[in-house]
Design a protein around this ligand. Structure first.
Ligand code: HEC
Length: 161
């Protein structure tokens, strides 16, 4: 019994070794390994394609508006590759928005992180982040943008953790 199992095993090993000898030169192991490493991502995508695709599209739209409005001249945002220093960083903005709402010095009227982001973009004057009151590069209001553009920005910033 064990002997036959062992024989089968060694047969399988030698077969796969023989097969790998016949592999075309173009199939290089690192490429195969990389695609194996990405398998969980691929499987996750296949399982809920629409939800993930929709979220990726909204993020892309947010980045498009963010770039078109030059927010990155004043703000840092790693996913957008921007390094502005005149305003607070937008990295981790989802958490920052929650912190602002809990801050006793907060003077705005938002009660959720998304509302805080809307408010910061449309009426930045209602609450100035500590340390930026004397800035020579104030946050301008973007009330002239369409509500779809504002929503795209809020979605993008609300997903920075
Ligand atoms: C001219 C520089 C400048 C530009 C351009 C600019 N901002 Fe700002 N932004 C600031 C400054 C300064 C602050 C901090 C003062 C304040 O709270 O208003 C700020 C604050 C913010 C905040 C609140 C951040 C926090 O930590 O609570 C958000 C959100 C924000 N900006 C989003 C944007 C978006 C989105 C754009 C582009 C549509 C943009 N900003 C363009 C200067 C700028």
């Amino acid at each position: 019994m064990f002997r036959s199992l062992f024989l089968r095993f060694s047969l399988a090993v030698s077969l796969s070794l023989a097969l790998s000898d016949c592999m075309p030169a173009s199939v290089d192991p690192p490429a195969v390994m990389t695609s194996v490493a990405f398998m969980p991502t691929v499987i996750a995508r296949l399982s809920t394609p629409t939800a993930l695709q929709a979220s990726a599209e909204r993020m892309d739209e947010g980045l498009r508006v963010y770039r078109a409005q030059y927010c990155g001249v004043c703000h840092q945002l790693a996913v957008g590759g921007t390094t502005g220093q005149f305003g607070p960083s937008h990295n981790g903005m989802a958490w920052t928005a929650q912190r602002r709402l809990l801050d006793p010095t907060y003077t705005g009227s938002a009660s959720t992180p998304d509302e805080y982001l809307h408010e910061s973009i449309l009426s930045p004057e209602v609450y100035i982040v500590d340390g930026y009151a004397d800035s020579s590069h104030h946050m301008p209001s973007y009330a002239h943008l369409s509500s779809a553009e504002i929503d795209a920005l809020v979605y993008l910033l609300g997903h920075q953790r």
